[in-house]
Design a protein around this ligand. Structure first.
Ligand SMILES: Nc1ncnc2c1ncn2[C@@H]1O[C@H](COP(=O)(O)OP(=O)(O)OP(=O)(O)O)[C@@H](O)[C@H]1O
Ligand SMILES: [Mg+2]
Length: 317
């Protein structure tokens, strides 16, 4: 049995499609209430990992516990405690969002508890995801971003304890993205929802995640907060300033100390001060490149797309 605040425990997870090794020993934990972002290049195995944790996909090997159960054997009670937003799915095009949400909500009724009344009220839910104007139109008429909002609504209608979001904001306009970030904070802060999400938007990852995992070459190559990862990769920050019309740039591992000295020496002559730490994008690119050139055997090889109707771009070694 895992510790009471560990919601997800993954040990030596392996996944092979035919002869293609996609996951080659993945290890991580997620604690209750954490928001964790899973990053990685196209084809790294993020969707594969998430679908295994959701119990939608079998695994080749490894030990997994999600909400106290092996997802491969999760029963209906277990499933009702999780929420899922898949990377892509198409269903019920002629229904309206309101009808679909009412229909799906009924499934959660037997699992309602005083702590977590289930399902969520559909009117409130429609407002939460900003779908008021489209609530009574056929789903087939929704735009890509509106469809994604509906997907998010479907994921949270059962007030899940653990929510999986696979690229939830793909196709969102900037305002929808901002509203979604507020929604994630609300779910995390007020409902203590544990969240695992994938995204290719590193700004979003930094904004949302308590912890970031980077999956590359079939393994987790980084695990930590955005700051922790940045410190691992680039110990140095860049300090820029100008003094008497001249511009200066200096790299230093101790930006605060350096700036303090600068002011002690030059006081009010210092202008245009800027301190730039490595962004998550710098860190991410460095870590993925390190993995690619790190002398490890390539584990991801091009996938024969004839075997999979919706095959995604394979990573070319
Ligand atoms: N059912 C399948 N059969 C065979 N190969 C598959 C199957 N599903 C995924 N793959 C392959 O496994 C690898 C990982 O795919 P996955 O969808 O997990 O990647 P991802 O990290 O989610 O990528 P993206 O960022 O593009 O969504 C890819 O090379 C993909 O082609
Ligand atoms: Mg994916």
């Amino acid at each position: 049995m895992i510790g009471s605040d560990t919601v997800v425990r993954v040990r030596d997870l392996r996944m092979t499609y035919g002869t293609v090794v996609v996951l080659d020993g993945v290890d991580f934990d997620i604690r209750k209430g954490e928001v964790v972002t899973l990053l990685g290049p196209n084809g790294a195995g993020k969707t594969t990992t998430i679908e295994i944790l959701e119990g939608f996909r079998g695994r080749s090997a490894g030990e997994i516990e999600v909400l106290g159960a092996d997802p491969a054997k999760g029963n209906e009670d277990w499933r009702a405690r999780t929420g899922v937003v898949l990377q892509s799915w198409r269903d019920h095009p002629r229904w309206t969002p309101r009808r679909l949400l009412n229909h799906l909500g009924r499934y959660y009724e037997p699992y309602s508890t005083p702590d977590r009344p289930r399902p969520r009220n559909v009117d409130e839910l429609i407002e939460m995801v900003g779908l008021e104007e489209k609530a009574d139109q056929k789903i087939v008429t929704l735009s890509g971003g509106q469809r994604r909002r509906l997907d998010v609504a479907i994921g949270i209608i059962g007030r899940p304890e653990l929510l999986f979001l696979d690229e939830p904001t793909a196709g969102f306009d900037p305002q929808a993205r901002r509203e979604f970030h507020d929604l994630v904070h609300r779910l995390s802060d007020f409902e203590d929802t544990t969240i695992l999400l994938t995204t290719h938007d590193l700004d979003e990852a930094e904004r949302l995640a308590d912890r970031i995992l980077i999956l590359a070459g079939g393994r987790i190559v980084a695990d930590g907060s955005a700051d922790e990862l940045a410190r691992q990769v680039a110990g140095e920050a860049q300090v820029k300033w100008s003094c008497k019309g001249e511009h200066f740039v200096h790299s230093t591992p101790d930006a605060t100390g350096y700036v303090r000295n600068l002011f002690l020496q030059h006081g009010e002559l210092i202008q245009d001060l800027e301190v730039r730490r490595a962004s998550l994008e710098d860190t991410y690119i460095t870590m993925v490149q390190q993995q690619e050139t790190g002398g490890r055997d390539k584990v991801i090889v091009p996938f024969d797309r004839n075997n999979r109707a919706d095959a995604e771009e394979a990573v070319t070694p």
